[in-house]
Design a protein around this ligand. Sequence first.
Ligand code: DX5
Ligand code: ZN
Length: 233
Amino acid sequence: MSNKTLAMLPDPVHFGRDATDQTLVAASILSADFGDLARDAGAAIDAGASMLHIDVMDGHFVPNLSMGPVVCKAMRQHLPDVYQDVHLMIDNPADRIESFAHAGADHLTVHIEVLDDPPAMAEAIRALGCTAGIAMNPTTDPQAVLDVAACFDMVLVMSVVPGFSGQAFMPQVLEHVRAIRAQLGPAGHIQMDGGVGPATAQACREAGANVLVSASALFGSDDYAGVIGAIQG
Ligand code: DX5
Ligand code: ZN
């Protein structure tokens, strides 16, 4: 883990954009150059991203395969103070959380679709020294998340069917974000992930999301700072 925690990030009370607060941008390294990962990831942080978003895919929960704990370990070695937000798109997160925590993750998000006991999972993640997030797919009933949101440090609303970067934003999930924000009130982190970029970020912010993930819009640009600024609005 780094020396940063979600609690040290800007107060989500001001999740809407004003002069004193900022939408947090999570740089999803899935679209970075894997041959120069530390360079690209570091450049995104230098350009204003608040954290690295590390997408873990197992080929079962989602059809794609991506990264494992070795990537967290390498990022921790090369970028020791950078906050690692790890998104576990895997069937059996209980089998894996320990290895990601030990490899350097600060935060672990698990999907509600694979959990029997979400509060117990939040506790298990916290016992490893990480903060805990709960993710929902676009077609998942938001009530399932609303029932357990208070147990978690962050709620992730997917705005694409997970598995790949570069997909089109699904605006119908904005109503899930509004419902979750209405229940959480101004406190609490709500993250959106998938198809987020300068063209879609305003709708995300207005719905109540305060942590926005970007892969292709960010790493596909030659102006990281410009894209991050546009996502922040
Ligand atoms: C999708 C991943 C996302 C993805 C986002 O399954 O969870 O984090 O990298 O990619 P973009 O921003 O290109 O939609
Ligand atoms: Zn993700």
